[in-house]
Design a protein around this ligand. Sequence first.
Ligand SMILES: *Cc1c(COP(=O)(O)O)cnc(C)c1O
Length: 356
Amino acid sequence: MKKHNFYAGPAILPQSVLQAASNAVLDFNGSGLSLLEISHRSKDFESVMAEAESLVKQLFSISDDYSVLFLTGGASTQFFMIPMNLLKDGETSYYINTGVWASGAIKEAKHYGNPVVLASSEQDQFSYIPRDFNVPNDGAYLHITSNNTIYGSQYHWWPKSSIPVVCDMSSDLFSRTVDGNQFALIYAGAQKNLGPAGVTLVVIRKDLLERSGRKLPSMLNYKTHADKGSMYNTPPVFPIYVSMLTMRWILEQGGTNAMGMRNQEKSDLLYQEIDRNSCFRGTVKPEDRSQMNVVFVPTKAEYESEFLDLCKKNNCVGLSGHRSVGGFRASLYNALELESVKVLVELMQEFERTHL
Ligand SMILES: *Cc1c(COP(=O)(O)O)cnc(C)c1O
């Protein structure tokens, strides 16, 4: 039975990508060997790495002014690698606090200086994206989180900044058209919208490699990985391969413009129902609502487990809110079909009919 997969991460991948990945595990490119049992320095894998890099550049419209890195350690490792590599001693970095992940980035930045939080929506349960701030022109960088996976808010505009902008795009990577040239550094754990857990994408403007001047262990220095084409040590070959397949799939579907339209249509349909249905309520300020993670709560506490049961019975999975906020969260990543959202909306309507 087909499941409608609303998990927040690791999350849904296109069926055709899973099929191609399975084939490569058994027999990679007709080589008679599994992708998992060949050298990462073999010609066949080198071409996977080269294609993955070039697809990232294409999807972000960026040139060779940027290095595309496939690293390990998750987005959480970037929380400290960014200040470690970008911040000179005594310099300031600026952060916007829009949720748990942004707070994590701020906490880790404290190892290398004193990050300044320019704006925060923490006092209002992170229910919106702050707009009321100016970015000073003296800092090393401004850090933002484009989509807040846990609270369901998303930037639909970009802050004006004369200093480099660093963006955690873990949960809305390639979900809409973004001009990568506006950012100095973009990073994302793969497991939300790109591929399996185990690889982290980092896109960094080359002039920022070695910016801090700090002596760093080789593995924690962006320059090492940029110089070696992400092959300084053994890269996570399988997650990179699957991510490459997902990027091919995005282009086959019409690229990031098509993704943006699909995701708009899916999220509009669900938010309309949340606003109409008397059993549910949205938690995020309408203009900041996420197209990726739709967070909503029941209007009566007892509805929570009842609605989750109804969903489960009807093959809709992964709809519990994050353990820190409760309620519901429907993640509508690129690979989720409109059909799945329609099924969820019908269940919400059925729930209302039986609970009026
Ligand atoms: C999931 C997530 C992270 C953490 O990613 P890991 O790869 O598990 O370290 C960081 N930022 C955002 C926005 C996320 O959604």
